[in-house]
Design a protein around this ligand. Sequence first.
Ligand code: ANZ
Ligand code: ZN
Length: 759
Amino acid sequence: MTKQKYNPNEIEKKWQKVWEKEGIYFPDINKASDKFYDRGSQTLKKFYNLWMFPYPSAEGLHAGHAFASTGSDIYGRYMRMNGKTVFQPIGYDSFGIHSENYAIKINEDPYEVVKRTTKHYEEQMRSLGHGYDWTKTVTTSDPDYYKWTQWLFIKMWKKGLAYKKKAEVNFCPSCKTVLADEQVIDGACERCQSVVDKKDLEQWFFKITDYADRLLAGLDNIDWSRKVKIAQRNWIGKSEGRIIKFGDIKVFTTLPDTINAVTFVAISGQKDQFTGKYVINPATNKKIPVWEAIYVLKDYGTGAIMGVPAYDDRDREFATKYHIDILELEPKENDIGKKHTNYHLRDWLVSRQRYWGAPIPMLNCKDCGWVSVPEEDLPILLPSISDYKPEGTGKGPLANHPDFFKVKCPNCGGEAERETDVMDTFVDSSWYFLRYPSVGIDNCAFDSKITKAWLPVNLYFGGAEHSVLHLMYARFVTMVLHDLKLIDFDEPFSKFFAHGLMIKDGAKMSKSRGNVINPDEYVEKYGADTLRLYLMFMGPMDGSPDFRDTGIEGMYRFIEKLWRIFTNSRHGSSLSTADAAPVDTGAITKVDSLMFSNSIDQNFVDIKMHQTIKKVTEEIQEFKYNTAISAIMELVNIFTKYPSQISVSNLKSLALLLAPFTPYLAEELWHETLGNTDSVHAQTWPKYDDSKITSDTVTIVIQINGKCRSQFTVHSPQSTNKEEIEKLAKEDEKIIKWLDGKKIKKVIFVPGKIINFVI
Ligand code: ANZ
Ligand code: ZN
């Protein structure tokens, strides 16, 4: 009988079509909503499994995306097999500088660019075998999405949380736009690394500072890692101190007890200089000089400090440099000044002088001032223009288009001008998780009943680099919508898991290094299942695994071996020794030291099966997919060694364990070998029996003339049976060599411990 060879390309294409047709990843959102409407049962049933949506770049998905998204997909599949109705959507963060800069480079309309890149992403993600709900995708640059981003802006405005003010802002001369504080890393633009300038510009802000305390307090109620919570706390930077008056200058201090040692006051300035003024230190009544200093920040505290060179390093440096007195005095408790709490968190700067973003739905009327666009006029469409390149004038490209900005005031009918800035992409991504379940509904941003049923997100999977930006904004927006009574929860992501970043041959993957891995090649050559397994086997999800493609061959061979185990069992033949050759993955550990004879009872394979189910189950819950996979490999090794002991039920369990990791392979085997007709992904996760796990095995040492030469493992009852142990010991490969041509004089047996051959 000819055996069918493992052909991933054929299998994977086949199941993609079937899954799509049967909609196995498309939960009926409305039906489920009726069922889950009651929060109590909802927590039992629904599972909203979310991976941070990517921005669709020209290069397409790279292997780092594949690593992260596979990690998320495995969890979703696991939860589905644990009885959850899983909703796992995907979309594209398609507005913004990435797409726009690329469009400029190739001189094409960003709209066309995005159409092409999102299509490419979709093809790639489909091929990877992810269980996405393709009926509910979101593209942030589509009018049916950004209409609601504009709506969100208006909600902010009406609640007094959006305002425009002249502010000293970070301006990237290369990107020709303002940047939020969070987008400036050590004085350089996060995207292009250019040194950032300061400019005074009129900008729109969201008042996230009003929510500083809520954002802090909320952290206590969510299941996020310590690390991410610390990052958020530091970013909010709550600091308690006092405001103290030195003459007419107010300073903010966290160490008021050092006031005796204050020898100067400094206000924020463009350069270090003495102002010529003096003020009285209220604690000592002494006259002290007032300076301007660069190190004093304009926007923090009161924008002025009391200089305590004896206790503060920067003050000491300043005093030394400018020959100001240094007073070494013990701090003394006092109650001068007024208690004050300060935050490092700044208001969120949301306007950008660029083209490729959602137009800000505001207009400026000569008589009425700033007025929001009536909601029924949304969306304010981003017009298609050819001169969309930023000029760096402090105004966006839309400011060159009177046909766009010249409008009538909706209040008084007078002359008005639209805002020509567009929104920061972080606004787009601050609420997209609310849109997914309501995709297709066009009379609201999110349907209240559906949202109540499906939100918050149960597991959010994403990069740790978003710890303070995106995650803080999304939490803020959620709190605001909660306060507007539009949703009934105020934390969007019950659990957040920060995955690590994949590297390539020891270095960070980047375009400039030319070491970006395209997953397509590997899918083409080995199939998505091999790639998935390889990516997940590289290390734990929160580590920085190194992609070295030498390992992928071994993984392919492992899958072929799985294939043979199943297909051979169907043909009723047993595995040949060649088939049983161990896979070269480095995963085989303890098993090799176990030696059983063919008389081993079926029980042992069963024990191993239950142990593996337990291990895989526990490791998946911890996102340690690598060790889950090694456990499966160990099991497979046992299967290849004892082919005659494999029961159909063992094979079934193995297929189920494989399903989250290698969804195509598992489905194929489930149907073609095991003869099932429904999807493996709709099955119940295998259960383990604790009573079967405690392995009742005993290790027997084999000695030759009293010296330990080998050992093997048997079941406890067997271990006291001299004849059986002697027979098994003589079958041991090493012992065969020792005994070869020798005469056994005596056999000493210590039941359950040692068998000694005297030769
Ligand atoms: C006296 C003092 C003595 C201070 C000492 C520190 C150490 P956090 O904890 O970050 O809030 N400060 C206040 N406003 C500032 C501004 N606009 N620019 C630069 N520095 C400013 O830091 C609060 C401390 O930072 C304040 O407490 C103040 O210096 C300084 F041994 O006052 B302190
Ligand atoms: Zn008006």
